[in-house]
Design a protein around this ligand. Structure first.
Ligand code: BMA
Length: 329
């Protein structure tokens, strides 16, 4: 197998990391210190989960979903020296926005963060007129945050940007949904010349059997490899006792990412640990970010557990690609 398969990925020597435990043959393995962020890290927080982190000035920065004790979903910035121990700002992010109608804050959740060209872009599930759609914003410094137009009309969730333009345009995956706890959901692809107007919508992939039979949604920012875009995503199964959220992976064509090259049939990780099975919403692992070390192919996946806490898991990019290829459905 080749060393890393990664394209356009800088080295990240200080990536949080722990080797696969002895005797474990899983492609994705959990950090022994999970969960890394407790639900009550802030005095005002009910839960901190489904959050996104990036390398920042030799350290790490992130945008965190903190549901407050009123149970309003908020976005907070945070910083870390090691990617494991986080300082999260007590006050939520206040976005600068040219249009007060767009910038009128109601709630936001499930952020993703990505460096594109000259700044960090943030996407999240944003309430517009009270209903979920894809919010888009950016920051240069994690001090000032600017909000742009929502990408789409309601109802939509799980907006995830690609880390570079594709064929000259910004590119985003999203998951059209409904007003509630959507009982369906496929992943779509859209393009924009300017981060404002989105079009050329393409179907990427829909539900499949078992763990991904009810709905699916993109997770972390896709990882560029020589074999295609490696997409880690969540899939949902409806049990007699409610939704079960697992994570899996697929490879998308580099130039036409709506074309699925291969898709793994088994999940990579399902809710099995106590902190994944017990919480405000039981049986949820929900990946929103992945740090990648371009020098070694090490991957650190940040995921929300049981809609309550934030946890970390590890993988190697060549093994993820191999998993998708050798377990393709
Ligand atoms: C989805 C989103 C996620 C959440 C998941 C499980 O619809 O709301 O934020 O983690 O449900 O409750």
């Amino acid at each position: 197998m080749s060393v890393t398969l990664l394209k356009n990925c800088p080295a990240l020597p200080n990536i949080p990391w722990e080797e696969r435990p002895q005797g474990c043959s899983d492609v994705v393995w959990r950090y022994s210190g999970n969960p890394i962020i407790p639900r009550d890290l802030l005095p005002t927080s009910n839960s901190i989960f489904n959050s996104a982190v990036v390398p920042f000035k030799g350290r790490f920065a992130g945008v965190f979903r903190c549901d407050d004790k009123r149970r309003v979903m908020q976005l907070h910035r945070g910083f870390s020296d090691d990617g494991l121990h986080w300082q999260i700002e007590a006050e939520r992010i206040h976005w600068q926005c040219d249009d007060p109608e767009v910038g009128h804050w109601i709630y936001g959740y499930d952020p993703r963060v990505v460096w594109i060209e000259d700044r960090y872009y943030i996407t999240w599930c944003n309430a517009y007129a009270g209903w979920p759609t894809i919010g888009v914003g950016y920051t240069y410094d994690f001090e000032t945050f600017y909000q742009l137009e929502n990408a789409f009309l309601p109802y939509n969730r799980n907006g995830v940007l690609f880390p570079r333009r594709i064929n000259g345009n910004y590119a985003m995956l999203s998951r059209p949904s409904d007003r509630g706890h959507t009982p369906f959901g496929d992943i779509y692809y859209s393009e924009s010349p300017d981060m404002c107007y989105w079009g050329r919508h393409r179907f990427v992939m829909g539900t499949a059997g078992g763990w991904q039979s009810t709905k699916i949604g993109a997770g972390p920012v896709p990882i560029e490899t020589t074999e295609g875009w490696l997409l880690i995503y969540h899939g949902v199964l409806t049990s007699c006792n409610g939704f079960v959220y697992s994570m899996g992976a697929a490879l998308l064509d580099l130039d036409q990412p709506w074309k699925v090259i291969r898709r793994g049939a088994p999940y990579l990780m399902s809710p099995q640990k106590l902190y994944e099975c017990v919480g405000d919403v039981p049986n949820v692992v929900f990946p929103c970010a992945a740090l990648v070390d371009g020098a070694t192919g090490r991957v650190a996946i940040y995921y929300g557990a049981a809609d309550t806490v934030t946890a970390l898991a590890f993988a190697r990019v060549d093994e993820l690609v191999d998993f998708v290829t050798s377990n393709a459905m």
